[in-house]
Design a binder for this molecule. Structure first.
Ligand code: ZN
Length: 414
């Protein structure tokens, strides 16, 4: 009995000692890893934004983080997380460096930001991260968030786009969108290089098809503050091609348009988009616009609201998947429309002013003749890129229009 108690006491003692050592270890570890922060909050130039500053000075590193605090919890959650991730990855990188090296030259992380207001509650938050780990490992990175302070919506700049890579190529952005510091101002997206120098801009109008719908609506909803373009006005005309794409004739049309530096609009059928995604991508990459011409070319006025909705959204999704751009305008098959159809489309359907009857005549000379006779400033020409005869009519048609001083633009640019 006595023996047993002694053993238990002994075991308990050993256990207690082990536990104490363990606790001590944890405390030491925590103490060594813990960064001591000095934090403060101050006012910014904007009524609804405070500036939070978090600083730490340790033997091996220095951190200074400055970031905005908004009234909306949803915005703060995302920004806090972004800044926290920067801090964590900096500390992680630093741990891989020889401690002696760090004692000589401490590592540092500095985050600063700038707020650039645009219209209607939209603000760009431009972060700059300066990280110095060692002389070989240091960086300056610009990253942007676009936020709406009114509804609490936020996106990291590349996430504004359906497909940042395809948008970069089609829009010829001066910096790859995925690496860009950018901001939105005066109906333009302004791109910055590493040193925050202005690298060029793309108009929101031009970028609109490449933006995700929720952001397209917000960024383009603002009343235009764009200055009215001064100088002489150029006569404009929009060539449109329905029912494609077609691997042979659409390609021939693209080649002719390229030759003349002309742009056009292709009202595509979703079912054909799905069949020829690479061709759809090419159309967008060459600067043309894609319109929505339904999935299966049925008369919208004979369909239910839901069926019309499906025809349009299924096609839009196929175009987005193929080309990273959305069709902004809808042309109902046969131009057949009514109040219900218009309600689903949500805008005026994009019809035409010149009918070439190309599907009937199959005669390049006749097709050209109609366009030459009826062309005037603002005309929208209806053709079909599924007929080779239409493709054959194009070279002469474009030459003749350009000779008359017309600029060939997409329907959205008229
Ligand atoms: Zn059609």
């Amino acid at each position: 009995m006595k023996k047993k108690t002694t053993i238990i006491t002994l075991l308990a003692g050993v256990f207690l000692m082990l536990a104490m050592v363990l606790v001590n270890l944890i405390v030491t570890a925590t103490h060594h890893n813990k960064t001591v922060w000095a934090t403060s909050t101050s006012k910014s130039a904007y009524e609804n934004v405070m500036v939070k500053t978090k600083e730490a000075t340790e033997k091996q590193y220095r951190i200074a983080l400055q970031y905005p605090v908004f009234k909306q919890a949803s915005l703060n959650k995302e920004i806090d997380q972004y800044v926290k991730e920067k801090e964590i990855s900096f500390l992680k990188e630093m741990k891989q460096i020889d401690k002696k090296k760090l004692k000589k030259q401490p590592a540092s992380l500095r985050m600063t930001f700038e707020i650039i207001p645009d219209n209607a509650g939209v603000y760009s938050i431009l972060f700059n991260e300066k990280a110095y780990i060692t002389a070989e490992k240091n960086r300056s990175v610009n990253e942007a968030f676009i936020i709406n302070m009114e509804n609490g919506l936020l996106a990291k700049a590349p996430d504004l786009f359906i497909n940042p890579e395809k948008a970069s190529r089609a829009l010829h952005t001066p910096v790859e969108i995925k690496d860009a510091g950018l901001y939105v101002k005066n109906n333009s997206i302004v791109f910055l290089n590493e040193d925050k120098k202005h690298k060029g801009s793309v108009s929101l109008h031009r970028a609109a098809p490449f933006l995700k719908k929720e952001w397209r609506d917000q960024l383009t909803a603002a009343p235009s503050s764009e200055a009215v373009t001064a100088g002489k006005s150029v006569k404009k005309i929009a060539l449109t091609f329905d029912d494609g794409p077609n691997p042979k004739s659409t390609k021939a049309i693209l080649a002719t348009l390229k030759k003349h530096h002309a742009r056009a609009t292709f009202f595509m059928l979703g079912s054909r988009v799905e069949q020829y995604p690479a061709l759809v991508d090419q159309v967008v990459q060459e600067g043309h616009e894609i319109g929505n011409h339904s999935w299966s070319h049925r008369d919208f006025t004979k369909l239910s609201k839901q069926e019309v909705q499906d025809e349009i959204s299924r096609t839009a999704l196929a175009v987005e998947t193929a080309a990273g751009a959305s069709p902004i305008t809808v042309r109902p098959p046969y131009g057949a429309t009514n109040d219900l159809v218009n309600e689903v489309i949500g805008a005026k359907p994009m019809l035409w002013t010149i009918d070439t009857v190309d599907w009937k005549s199959h005669n390049p000379k006749a097709i050209c003749g109609i366009v030459e006779k009826e062309a005037k400033d603002g005309s929208i020409v209806l053709m079909h890129d599924i007929h080779e005869t239409t493709a054959q009519s194009l070279d002469k048609m474009v030459s003749s229009l350009q000779k008359q001083g017309y600029e060939l633009v997409t329907v959205s640019e008229l």
